[in-house]
Design a protein around this ligand. Structure first.
Ligand code: C5P
Length: 208
């Protein structure tokens, strides 16, 4: 098996930033699995369909075009909510399994961030991190990101979104958000980017 670093965690915990920095550090491939679910939500929205309808969401998952992973249209608060709705459908998760496992097999290694990478997608990952921070700190970070793009929603609305998204992600029947038994927890509440990266590296490096 090639090297896989699984970086799971809550919304806006900093897991994406950490995963990208780890990939750059080790010269590994990087996959943001949340972008896949966001793309499914965007596909459903563009087709004028309902994300709660499993068949509509599966159709969008099967038509997924990974080349659009960088599309800014998936980065909105609406697509974050849409992603957490479509991702609760078991058949959507199944439809996205192969693309994620193919990524995990890339040489010389891959860093994948998400919610179920260490538990479901790559249970034998070389190293597993579970990143979290208080909801208030995460909401503030997400609000800063949205504000940088202009016209942000109220911070209280961002916090409410994050809390309900965590709740939906943790309570779904299939692949719920939870740390793998062998994941190392990393709380980034009081850590800036560089301190969080140093902490992540200290956990991951001895396992590589
Ligand atoms: O990480 P991001 O916030 O972009 O993820 C959007 C949503 O996609 C999450 O709230 C979650 O519901 C879903 N997701 C998932 N499994 C993953 C990655 C994301 O269910 N591996």
């Amino acid at each position: 098996m090639s090297i896989v670093i699984a970086v799971d965690g809550t919304a806006a915990s900093g897991k994406g930033t950490l995963a990208k920095k780890l990939a750059a550090h080790f010269g590994f491939h990087y996959l943001d699995s949340g972008a896949l679910y966001r793309l499914v939500a965007l596909g459903v929205a563009e087709a004028g369909k309902d994300p709660h309808n499993e068949a509509d969401a599966v159709a969008a998952a099967k038509a997924l075009n990974c080349a659009r992973c960088g599309d800014p249209a998936i980065r909105t608060a609406e697509m974050g909510v849409g992603a957490s709705i479509v991702s609760a459908h078991p058949a959507v998760r199944t439809a996205l399994l192969d693309v994620q496992r193919a990524y995990a097999a890339k040489a010389p290694g891959a860093v994948i961030d998400g919610r179920d990478i260490g538990t479901v997608i790559c249970p034998k990952a070389t190293a597993k991190l579970f990143v979290d921070a208080t909801p208030e700190v995460r909401a503030h970070r997400r609000w800063l990101e949205l504000a940088a793009k202009g016209n942000p929603p109220e911070e209280a609305a961002v916090l409410a979104d994050i809390i309900s998204r965590d709740e939906r992600d943790k309570s779904r029947a299939v692949a719920p958000l939870k740390p793998a038994e062998d994941a190392v927890l990393l709380d980034t509440t009081d850590l800036g980017v560089e301190a969080a990266f140093a902490a992540a590296l200290a956990i991951v490096e001895p396992r590589i």
